[in-house]
Design a binder for this molecule. Structure first.
Ligand SMILES: Cc1cc2nc3c(=O)[nH]c(=O)nc-3n(C[C@H](O)[C@H](O)[C@H](O)COP(=O)(O)OP(=O)(O)OC[C@H]3O[C@@H](n4cnc5c(N)ncnc54)[C@H](O)[C@@H]3O)c2cc1C
Length: 388
């Protein structure tokens, strides 16, 4: 059968769902995205906006590091409008960081991340707010993305290829019969009505809510919501992304986003991504730790404080989630007795395209669609085209 004979429903319009809608529409499937809020209203719209080079994960999570650098380079080609390619500095502020530098440079070389040490004096001339305690600086190809535009670019291109996007519609049920998915039950939150939408395949891209959505079909997924706090200050203090040169920890990244700086982040597991209570000491910790790299953060009151949950893959509920890999996985719920239902989770916004490729390959294999993935090459429509 031709790909256009199949209807795929994608649940969630965060970075994962948006990229998946694009991939499947490009392969010729008829696609409908169902999102309970606005585009990017889940974790994607509340993250650190860091176009990871992967350097942060090079030592302790090389699989994710490799995914990040590969996708970072692809995104530069397919969505230049949504990115600021300002680069990043990894900075050592104490002796331990300085010792870590060699391990870090070797790990970056192993996974293919270009990382180059530059003189501290040169770095301070480029980033005048760097702390006088900085002892070493390594340049890495980080950048910054705009999360809303990131999703809109994928969705605009999906729409150009025939996809429909229905926002403010919540999936409240998954219809199954004889062990196979038949469609979804959707409540339109604005109109207050409930309707059934038939589907040949349903893709659960609900991020940290993926477990709740999987439960609608009686399935389990090993997705652990791992929250993090973000603090924004109303001043762009640095041009580049600035990270601490050590293993990932709390408050060790400062990202310039438009005219603000984003301080982050922390890590703890939560039961419900809709009810995240920010622990009392986390905001202070963001200031203390980022001030080790850029002391001027202390002069600025928060413009905003929020938290969001990462949808990480893990079987154990670890206290802080730091040890869980940032890689991703696709789950075929045929193994749970529900044919035509799949989940894609884990990863990062930066790896959304690769996640979409993985789950779309699985979907097409199941449906017998032979169209290959073309998302590495196809330049996305402008985010503005979403509203056309
Ligand atoms: C604090 C923090 C900082 C981060 N920083 C970065 C960073 O700098 N760079 C980076 O690349 N990654 C970062 N990440 C990771 C990244 O944000 C996530 O991996 C990514 O946003 C997950 O995208 P998603 O589409 O899978 O989930 P989401 O963005 O959460 O999208 C899921 C969507 O599903 C919708 N949904 C849920 N249930 C239903 C339902 N029943 N019906 C319909 N819709 C439903 C939700 O409303 C939501 O919009 C960070 C994460 C956190 C928590």
């Amino acid at each position: 059968m031709s790909a256009s004979a199949f209807h795929a429903v994608v649940i969630g319009a965060g970075s994962t769902g948006a990229a998946t809608a694009h991939d499947l529409a490009l392969r010729g499937l008829h696609v409908t995205v169902i999102e309970r809020g606005e585009v990017a209203s889940g974790t994607t719209g509340r993250n650190h906006c860091l176009l990871h080079s992967g350097a942060r994960y090079a030592v302790n999570d090389p699989v994710s590091a490799k995914e990040c650098i590969e996708e970072n380079l692809i995104l530069r080609q397919i969505m230049p409008e949504a990115l600021e390619l300002n680069g990043g500095f990894m900075v050592a502020v104490d002796e331990e960081d300085e010792v870590f530098k060699e391990t870090f440079l070797e790990a970056c070389a192993r996974v293919g991340i270009p990382a180059q040490e530059i003189p501290v004096r040169e770095a301070c001339a480029l980033e005048p707010h760097l702390s006088p305690d900085v002892r070493a600086v390594v340049c890495v190809p980080d950048g910054v993305f705009e999360p809303f535009r990131f999703c809109l670019s994928f969705l605009a291109t999906a729409k150009a290829n025939g996809a429909r996007v229905r926002t403010h519609c919540e999936v409240i049920g998954i219809d199954t019969a004889a062990g196979a998915v038949q469609g979804v039950v959707v409540r339109d939150r604005r109109k207050g009505c409930v309707e059934r939408i038939a589907a040949d395949v349903v893709i659960n891209a609900a991020g940290p809510w993926a477990g709740q959505v999987a439960q609608l079909a009686g399935c389990d997924v090993p997705v652990v919501p791992v929250a993090g706090v973000m603090v924004s200050v109303p001043r762009r203090l640095n041009r580049r992304v600035i990270h601490r040169l050590h293993l990932p920890g709390d408050g060790d990244i400062l990202v310039p986003q438009r005219l603000t700086s984003l301080l982050g982040t922390s890590s703890w597991t939560v039961a419900n991504p809709d009810a995240i209570d920010i622990p009392a000491d986390h905001v202070q910790r963001m200031y203390e730790q980022t001030a080790r790299m850029v002391p001027a953060v202390r002069h600025w009151q928060p413009r905003g404080v929020w938290a969001a949950a990462r949808p990480l893959i893990g079987s154990a509920k670890l206290a802080d989630g730091r040890s869980l890999s940032r890689t991703f996985a696709a789950f075929d719920h045929a193994r749970d007795g529900v044919e035509g239902f799949v989940t894609i989770s884990g990863g990062k916004t930066v790896t959304a395209r690769a996640m979409a490729e993985k789950v779309s390959d699985l979907v097409c294999h199941k449906l017998g669609v032979t169209a290959p993935c073309r998302t590495r090459q196809v330049r996305l429509c402008s985010h503005r085209a979403y509203y056309d």
